[in-house]
Design a protein around this ligand. Structure first.
Ligand code: 13P
Ligand code: SF4
Length: 332
Protein backbone atom coordinates (compact mmCIF):
# COMPACT_ATOMS: atom_id res chain seq x y z
CA UNK A 1 0.00 0.00 0.00
CA UNK A 2 1.44 3.42 -0.86
CA UNK A 3 1.42 6.45 1.44
CA UNK A 4 -1.05 8.38 -0.70
CA UNK A 5 -3.46 5.50 -0.42
CA UNK A 6 -2.97 5.39 3.35
CA UNK A 7 -3.49 9.15 3.61
CA UNK A 8 -6.68 8.99 1.54
CA UNK A 9 -7.96 6.16 3.71
CA UNK A 10 -7.20 8.10 6.87
CA UNK A 11 -8.97 11.21 5.57
CA UNK A 12 -12.09 9.44 4.32
CA UNK A 13 -12.25 6.50 6.69
CA UNK A 14 -13.09 4.01 3.96
CA UNK A 15 -11.81 2.62 0.65
CA UNK A 16 -13.16 4.92 -2.02
CA UNK A 17 -12.09 2.97 -5.14
CA UNK A 18 -14.57 2.73 -8.02
CA UNK A 19 -16.71 -0.41 -8.21
CA UNK A 20 -17.78 -1.97 -11.52
CA UNK A 21 -21.52 -1.05 -11.68
CA UNK A 22 -22.36 -4.35 -13.39
CA UNK A 23 -21.29 -6.38 -10.34
CA UNK A 24 -23.87 -8.07 -8.17
CA UNK A 25 -22.43 -6.80 -4.88
CA UNK A 26 -24.29 -9.29 -2.72
CA UNK A 27 -22.94 -12.26 -4.69
CA UNK A 28 -19.43 -10.73 -4.80
CA UNK A 29 -19.42 -10.18 -1.03
CA UNK A 30 -20.49 -13.80 -0.49
CA UNK A 31 -17.65 -14.99 -2.79
CA UNK A 32 -15.01 -12.82 -1.09
CA UNK A 33 -16.19 -13.98 2.30
CA UNK A 34 -15.62 -17.62 1.33
CA UNK A 35 -12.27 -16.94 -0.36
CA UNK A 36 -10.90 -15.15 2.70
CA UNK A 37 -12.53 -17.30 5.36
CA UNK A 38 -14.21 -14.16 6.68
CA UNK A 39 -17.24 -13.80 8.89
CA UNK A 40 -19.60 -10.80 8.85
CA UNK A 41 -20.89 -9.79 12.27
CA UNK A 42 -23.65 -7.18 12.04
CA UNK A 43 -25.49 -5.10 14.61
CA UNK A 44 -29.27 -4.73 14.40
CA UNK A 45 -28.88 -1.03 13.56
CA UNK A 46 -27.28 -1.77 10.17
CA UNK A 47 -29.11 -1.26 6.88
CA UNK A 48 -31.44 -4.19 6.05
CA UNK A 49 -29.32 -5.37 3.10
CA UNK A 50 -26.24 -5.65 5.34
CA UNK A 51 -28.19 -7.50 8.05
CA UNK A 52 -29.40 -9.98 5.41
CA UNK A 53 -25.81 -10.73 4.34
CA UNK A 54 -24.43 -11.22 7.84
CA UNK A 55 -23.36 -14.56 9.33
CA UNK A 56 -24.51 -13.33 12.70
CA UNK A 57 -26.76 -10.42 13.71
CA UNK A 58 -27.02 -9.43 17.34
CA UNK A 59 -26.78 -6.98 20.19
CA UNK A 60 -23.45 -5.92 21.70
CA UNK A 61 -23.29 -8.89 24.06
CA UNK A 62 -24.11 -11.45 21.35
CA UNK A 63 -21.62 -9.86 18.96
CA UNK A 64 -18.84 -9.97 21.59
CA UNK A 65 -19.65 -13.61 22.34
CA UNK A 66 -19.44 -14.45 18.61
CA UNK A 67 -16.19 -12.49 18.17
CA UNK A 68 -14.60 -14.45 21.02
CA UNK A 69 -15.37 -17.85 19.51
CA UNK A 70 -15.23 -17.48 15.73
CA UNK A 71 -12.74 -19.64 13.81
CA UNK A 72 -12.74 -17.30 10.78
CA UNK A 73 -9.44 -15.61 9.82
CA UNK A 74 -11.09 -12.27 9.18
CA UNK A 75 -13.90 -10.57 11.12
CA UNK A 76 -15.77 -7.92 9.16
CA UNK A 77 -17.63 -5.83 11.68
CA UNK A 78 -20.75 -4.19 10.31
CA UNK A 79 -21.27 -1.92 13.27
CA UNK A 80 -19.40 0.92 14.93
CA UNK A 81 -15.80 1.40 16.00
CA UNK A 82 -16.08 0.38 19.67
CA UNK A 83 -17.72 -2.91 18.61
CA UNK A 84 -14.92 -3.71 16.15
CA UNK A 85 -12.37 -2.82 18.85
CA UNK A 86 -14.07 -5.24 21.24
CA UNK A 87 -13.81 -7.96 18.58
CA UNK A 88 -10.10 -7.20 18.13
CA UNK A 89 -9.49 -7.32 21.89
CA UNK A 90 -11.19 -10.72 22.12
CA UNK A 91 -9.57 -12.14 18.96
CA UNK A 92 -6.23 -10.30 18.69
CA UNK A 93 -4.72 -12.74 16.20
CA UNK A 94 -7.49 -12.15 13.70
CA UNK A 95 -7.80 -9.39 11.17
CA UNK A 96 -10.73 -7.14 12.15
CA UNK A 97 -12.14 -4.91 9.43
CA UNK A 98 -14.63 -2.07 9.74
CA UNK A 99 -16.15 -0.84 6.44
CA UNK A 100 -15.89 2.79 7.57
CA UNK A 101 -13.40 3.73 10.29
CA UNK A 102 -15.37 6.90 10.98
CA UNK A 103 -18.37 4.90 12.20
CA UNK A 104 -18.04 6.13 15.78
CA UNK A 105 -20.54 6.54 18.62
CA UNK A 106 -21.75 9.76 20.29
CA UNK A 107 -21.97 7.97 23.63
CA UNK A 108 -18.39 6.74 23.40
CA UNK A 109 -17.30 10.26 22.37
CA UNK A 110 -19.01 11.70 25.46
CA UNK A 111 -16.38 10.05 27.67
CA UNK A 112 -12.76 10.91 26.80
CA UNK A 113 -10.45 8.53 28.73
CA UNK A 114 -8.19 11.31 30.11
CA UNK A 115 -11.19 13.06 31.71
CA UNK A 116 -12.64 9.81 32.97
CA UNK A 117 -9.29 8.96 34.53
CA UNK A 118 -9.39 12.25 36.51
CA UNK A 119 -13.03 11.58 37.50
CA UNK A 120 -12.08 8.11 38.71
CA UNK A 121 -9.31 9.55 40.93
CA UNK A 122 -12.00 11.24 43.04
CA UNK A 123 -13.40 7.83 44.02
CA UNK A 124 -10.40 5.64 44.92
CA UNK A 125 -12.48 3.03 46.78
CA UNK A 126 -14.96 2.51 43.90
CA UNK A 127 -14.98 -0.24 41.30
CA UNK A 128 -15.52 0.89 37.72
CA UNK A 129 -18.17 -0.67 35.49
CA UNK A 130 -18.21 0.65 31.95
CA UNK A 131 -20.88 0.15 29.35
CA UNK A 132 -19.36 -1.47 26.26
CA UNK A 133 -20.14 1.68 24.19
CA UNK A 134 -16.75 3.24 24.93
CA UNK A 135 -13.19 3.18 23.61
CA UNK A 136 -10.71 0.38 24.32
CA UNK A 137 -8.71 2.94 26.37
CA UNK A 138 -11.73 3.49 28.61
CA UNK A 139 -12.31 -0.24 28.98
CA UNK A 140 -8.69 -0.49 30.09
CA UNK A 141 -9.55 1.88 32.97
CA UNK A 142 -12.41 -0.38 34.10
CA UNK A 143 -12.87 -3.39 36.36
CA UNK A 144 -15.80 -4.88 34.46
CA UNK A 145 -17.52 -4.07 31.18
CA UNK A 146 -21.27 -4.54 30.68
CA UNK A 147 -23.82 -4.27 27.89
CA UNK A 148 -27.50 -3.32 27.98
CA UNK A 149 -28.29 -7.07 28.19
CA UNK A 150 -26.42 -7.66 31.41
CA UNK A 151 -25.80 -4.28 33.15
CA UNK A 152 -28.27 -5.04 35.97
CA UNK A 153 -26.85 -8.54 36.58
CA UNK A 154 -23.23 -7.32 36.45
CA UNK A 155 -23.96 -4.71 39.14
CA UNK A 156 -25.87 -7.29 41.19
CA UNK A 157 -22.93 -9.72 40.95
CA UNK A 158 -20.87 -7.39 43.17
CA UNK A 159 -21.26 -7.32 46.98
CA UNK A 160 -24.01 -4.95 48.18
CA UNK A 161 -21.55 -2.68 49.98
CA UNK A 162 -19.21 -2.37 46.99
CA UNK A 163 -19.05 1.25 45.81
CA UNK A 164 -19.38 1.59 42.04
CA UNK A 165 -18.69 4.15 39.32
CA UNK A 166 -20.84 3.52 36.24
CA UNK A 167 -20.16 5.13 32.85
CA UNK A 168 -20.44 6.46 30.29
CA UNK A 169 -24.24 6.34 29.83
CA UNK A 170 -26.15 8.23 32.53
CA UNK A 171 -29.53 6.98 31.28
CA UNK A 172 -28.54 3.32 31.46
CA UNK A 173 -26.86 4.08 34.78
CA UNK A 174 -30.07 5.64 36.17
CA UNK A 175 -32.06 2.65 34.95
CA UNK A 176 -29.64 0.22 36.66
CA UNK A 177 -29.86 2.31 39.85
CA UNK A 178 -33.66 2.01 39.82
CA UNK A 179 -33.59 -1.74 39.09
CA UNK A 180 -30.95 -2.65 41.67
CA UNK A 181 -31.57 -0.01 44.36
CA UNK A 182 -27.79 0.63 44.36
CA UNK A 183 -26.27 4.08 44.60
CA UNK A 184 -23.98 4.33 41.56
CA UNK A 185 -21.69 7.27 40.79
CA UNK A 186 -22.55 8.16 37.19
CA UNK A 187 -20.57 9.69 34.35
CA UNK A 188 -22.69 12.25 32.52
CA UNK A 189 -22.71 10.74 29.00
CA UNK A 190 -25.56 9.94 26.63
CA UNK A 191 -26.46 8.70 23.15
CA UNK A 192 -27.70 11.29 20.65
CA UNK A 193 -30.21 8.82 19.14
CA UNK A 194 -31.84 7.66 22.37
CA UNK A 195 -32.31 11.14 23.84
CA UNK A 196 -34.49 12.33 21.00
CA UNK A 197 -37.82 10.60 21.64
CA UNK A 198 -40.91 12.66 22.40
CA UNK A 199 -43.04 11.48 25.31
CA UNK A 200 -45.94 13.61 24.11
CA UNK A 201 -45.93 12.05 20.64
CA UNK A 202 -45.58 8.55 22.10
CA UNK A 203 -48.60 9.20 24.34
CA UNK A 204 -50.61 10.33 21.29
CA UNK A 205 -49.61 7.14 19.43
CA UNK A 206 -50.74 5.04 22.39
CA UNK A 207 -54.18 6.68 22.18
CA UNK A 208 -54.28 6.01 18.43
CA UNK A 209 -53.23 2.35 18.93
CA UNK A 210 -54.73 1.38 22.31
CA UNK A 211 -53.58 -2.27 22.14
CA UNK A 212 -49.98 -1.40 21.24
CA UNK A 213 -47.06 -2.23 23.52
CA UNK A 214 -44.44 0.43 23.99
CA UNK A 215 -40.88 -0.95 24.18
CA UNK A 216 -37.68 1.01 24.83
CA UNK A 217 -33.91 0.66 25.02
CA UNK A 218 -32.43 1.58 28.43
CA UNK A 219 -30.31 4.31 26.80
CA UNK A 220 -33.57 6.35 26.62
CA UNK A 221 -34.26 9.05 29.22
CA UNK A 222 -36.17 8.06 32.37
CA UNK A 223 -39.38 9.97 31.44
CA UNK A 224 -39.55 7.77 28.30
CA UNK A 225 -38.66 4.55 30.15
CA UNK A 226 -41.38 5.34 32.71
CA UNK A 227 -43.96 4.79 29.93
CA UNK A 228 -42.53 1.48 28.66
CA UNK A 229 -44.18 -1.96 28.85
CA UNK A 230 -40.77 -3.50 28.24
CA UNK A 231 -37.19 -2.19 28.58
CA UNK A 232 -34.23 -4.13 27.20
CA UNK A 233 -31.35 -4.49 24.80
CA UNK A 234 -31.97 -4.75 21.07
CA UNK A 235 -32.14 -8.58 21.24
CA UNK A 236 -34.35 -8.37 24.31
CA UNK A 237 -36.73 -6.06 22.48
CA UNK A 238 -36.78 -8.33 19.43
CA UNK A 239 -37.54 -11.39 21.58
CA UNK A 240 -40.33 -9.51 23.37
CA UNK A 241 -42.03 -8.64 20.05
CA UNK A 242 -41.87 -12.30 18.97
CA UNK A 243 -43.24 -13.67 22.24
CA UNK A 244 -45.79 -11.00 23.15
CA UNK A 245 -49.28 -11.54 21.77
CA UNK A 246 -49.94 -7.88 20.94
CA UNK A 247 -50.03 -7.14 17.22
CA UNK A 248 -48.64 -3.58 17.40
CA UNK A 249 -45.43 -2.26 18.96
CA UNK A 250 -44.09 1.28 19.34
CA UNK A 251 -40.32 0.95 19.32
CA UNK A 252 -37.99 3.46 21.03
CA UNK A 253 -34.55 2.67 19.71
CA UNK A 254 -32.61 3.00 16.46
CA UNK A 255 -34.83 2.18 13.46
CA UNK A 256 -32.60 -0.60 12.01
CA UNK A 257 -34.02 -3.14 14.49
CA UNK A 258 -37.44 -2.87 12.85
CA UNK A 259 -36.13 -4.93 9.93
CA UNK A 260 -35.59 -8.03 12.11
CA UNK A 261 -38.82 -7.41 14.03
CA UNK A 262 -40.83 -7.28 10.81
CA UNK A 263 -39.01 -10.33 9.41
CA UNK A 264 -39.66 -12.37 12.56
CA UNK A 265 -43.31 -11.28 12.89
CA UNK A 266 -44.56 -10.39 9.40
CA UNK A 267 -48.16 -9.99 10.56
CA UNK A 268 -47.41 -7.53 13.34
CA UNK A 269 -47.12 -3.75 13.03
CA UNK A 270 -44.00 -1.90 14.20
CA UNK A 271 -44.03 1.86 14.67
CA UNK A 272 -40.76 3.71 15.29
CA UNK A 273 -41.19 5.97 18.33
CA UNK A 274 -41.33 9.56 17.05
CA UNK A 275 -38.53 12.01 17.79
CA UNK A 276 -39.26 15.46 19.26
CA UNK A 277 -38.75 17.16 15.90
CA UNK A 278 -39.20 16.34 12.23
CA UNK A 279 -35.77 14.81 11.51
CA UNK A 280 -34.82 11.16 10.97
CA UNK A 281 -33.07 11.28 14.35
CA UNK A 282 -33.73 7.70 15.33
CA UNK A 283 -31.33 6.62 12.61
CA UNK A 284 -27.84 6.40 14.10
CA UNK A 285 -25.66 8.43 11.70
CA UNK A 286 -22.60 6.41 12.73
CA UNK A 287 -24.13 2.98 12.18
CA UNK A 288 -25.54 4.14 8.86
CA UNK A 289 -22.09 5.09 7.51
CA UNK A 290 -21.62 1.43 6.56
CA UNK A 291 -22.91 0.64 3.08
CA UNK A 292 -22.88 -2.39 0.78
CA UNK A 293 -20.23 -0.68 -1.39
CA UNK A 294 -17.93 -0.02 1.59
CA UNK A 295 -18.46 -3.58 2.78
CA UNK A 296 -17.46 -4.93 -0.64
CA UNK A 297 -14.32 -2.76 -0.89
CA UNK A 298 -13.39 -3.58 2.67
CA UNK A 299 -13.47 -7.33 1.96
CA UNK A 300 -11.74 -6.91 -1.39
CA UNK A 301 -8.82 -4.81 -0.11
CA UNK A 302 -8.71 -6.10 3.51
CA UNK A 303 -9.03 -2.49 4.68
CA UNK A 304 -9.70 -0.48 6.78
CA UNK A 305 -8.35 -2.61 9.59
CA UNK A 306 -8.92 -1.94 13.29
CA UNK A 307 -5.66 -2.16 15.20
CA UNK A 308 -4.77 -1.69 18.85
CA UNK A 309 -1.48 -1.79 20.73
CA UNK A 310 -0.66 -4.96 22.66
CA UNK A 311 -0.72 -2.96 25.87
CA UNK A 312 -4.27 -1.67 25.31
CA UNK A 313 -5.43 -5.16 24.30
CA UNK A 314 -3.94 -6.67 27.45
CA UNK A 315 -5.45 -4.03 29.78
CA UNK A 316 -8.90 -3.91 28.18
CA UNK A 317 -9.29 -7.67 27.78
CA UNK A 318 -9.67 -8.53 31.47
CA UNK A 319 -12.79 -6.38 32.13
CA UNK A 320 -14.46 -7.74 28.98
CA UNK A 321 -13.61 -11.33 29.87
CA UNK A 322 -14.98 -10.76 33.34
CA UNK A 323 -18.28 -9.66 31.79
CA UNK A 324 -18.36 -12.70 29.49
CA UNK A 325 -17.65 -15.05 32.40
CA UNK A 326 -20.48 -13.57 34.50
CA UNK A 327 -22.84 -13.65 31.50
CA UNK A 328 -21.94 -17.32 30.80
CA UNK A 329 -22.43 -18.24 34.44
CA UNK A 330 -25.87 -16.60 34.45
CA UNK A 331 -26.81 -18.06 31.06
CA UNK A 332 -27.21 -14.62 29.44
P1 13P B 1 -27.47 -3.21 22.23
O1 13P B 1 -26.31 -3.85 22.92
O2 13P B 1 -28.72 -3.27 23.02
O3 13P B 1 -27.64 -3.79 20.87
O4 13P B 1 -27.17 -1.66 22.08
C1 13P B 1 -26.11 -1.16 21.33
C2 13P B 1 -26.22 0.26 21.09
O5 13P B 1 -25.34 0.90 20.54
C3 13P B 1 -27.41 0.94 21.54
O6 13P B 1 -27.40 2.25 21.08
FE1 SF4 C 1 -23.68 5.00 19.80
FE2 SF4 C 1 -26.17 5.80 20.07
FE3 SF4 C 1 -25.30 5.01 17.69
FE4 SF4 C 1 -25.69 3.22 19.69
S1 SF4 C 1 -27.24 4.45 18.64
S2 SF4 C 1 -23.94 3.36 18.32
S3 SF4 C 1 -25.08 4.46 21.45
S4 SF4 C 1 -24.59 6.81 18.83
Amino acid sequence: MNTNFEKALEAKGFIDLPIDPSLDLIEEIKKLKKEKNAVILAHYYQEAEIQDLADYIGDSLGLSQQASKTDADVIVFAGVHFMAETAKILSPSKKVLLPDLKAGCSLSDSCPPHLFSKFKEQYPDHMVITYVNCTAELKALSDIVCTSSNAVQIVESLPKDQKIIFGPDKNLGDYVKRKTGRDLVLWNGACMVHEIFSREKIEKLRIEYPGAKFIAHPECEDHILAEADYIGSTSGMLKYTIENESDTFIVATESGILHQMQKSSPNKKFIPAPPNNACACNDCPHMKLNTLEKLYNCLKYDLPEVTLTEDVIRRSRKPIERMLEISDRLGL
